[in-house]
Design a binder for this molecule. Structure first.
Ligand code: ADP
Ligand code: MG
Length: 223
């Protein structure tokens, strides 16, 4: 399965989610490749730190950019059971390319920063990609929601996403938690934290299960 973690905006959590999904997939015994298609190369840095400075199981990672990206992904996807791609940024060739070949695109969004215009842009990107990739499933996931239960920003986001037929909203919701930052910085994933955070783990598990669980997989294996 080819999973893209993408989006037009920076700082929404693409790399954080991509590296966690890849590491958790690896820990579950699957043959996964992380493709870093972002110029900032933060996913590759994470994979290097993981390999050199941690005792965690390494996650294979390659950097791929530019026009050959679709062919590169197709070739690599044939050699790995699962591929997780970190791609994005405004007018990113890599984001557009990856959307034409991904099975599932996950767009992290921060409730405090996003608006209807962000969703409009994502929905347009998805519609364009679906011309080449009719099976593409695109989903928004709320990241860095407030840990204050009284803040209902997530509900507002839900209402906004409901207006776009090409976008669905994942049930998983990630809140603003230090452990997401610390683990990513140390080349780890959330369940590998020194000081474990059960709430953060439950959120990341929910994301993992929604992405790699049966609901989407059935669609790909039938097709
Ligand atoms: N759920 C979260 N809680 C706390 N910090 C987060 C969370 N998600 C991302 N961050 C932090 O936000 C910053 C941007 O995240 P990053 O994954 O690098 O975004 P992107 O790849 O989209 O630019 C990083 O410092 C990261 O550690
Ligand atoms: Mg990034």
């Amino acid at each position: 399965m080819i999973v893209l973690v993408g989006g037009e905006k920076g700082g929404t959590g693409k790399t954080t989610l991509a590296v966690n999904l890849a590491a958790m997939r690896r820990r579950a015994g699957h043959d996964v490749l992380l493709i870093d298609a972002d110029r900032q190369a933060s996913a590759s840095l994470w994979a290097d730190i993981r390999q050199d400075d941690s005792h965690a199981q390494p996650v294979p990672c390659v950097q791929k950019r530019g026009k050959g990206l679709v062919a590169d992904i197709r070739d690599l996807a044939a050699r790995y059971a699962d591929v997780v791609i970190d791609a994005g940024g405004q007018d990113s060739v890599e984001l557009r390319a990856a959307l034409t070949i991904a099975h599932l695109a996950v767009f992290p969004i921060q409730p405090s920063l996003f608006d209807a215009a962000t969703l409009e842009t994502l929905a347009e990107l998805v519609a364009q990609a679906q011309v080449f990739n009719s099976g593409l499933i695109a989903a928004v996931v709320i990241n860095r929601a407030s840990t204050n239960p009284r803040v209902k920003e997530a509900n507002e986001a839900q209402d906004l996403v409901a207006a776009y037929s090409d976008l669905r909203l994942l049930e998983a919701l990630l809140r603003d938690r230090i452990v997401f930052r610390r683990t990513a910085r140390d080349g780890l994933c959330v369940p590998e934290a020194d000081h474990r955070d059960p709430a953060a783990e439950a959120e990341m598990d929910a994301l993992y299960l929604e992405v790699f669980g049966d609901s989407y997989r059935e669609v790909f294996e039938d097709g």
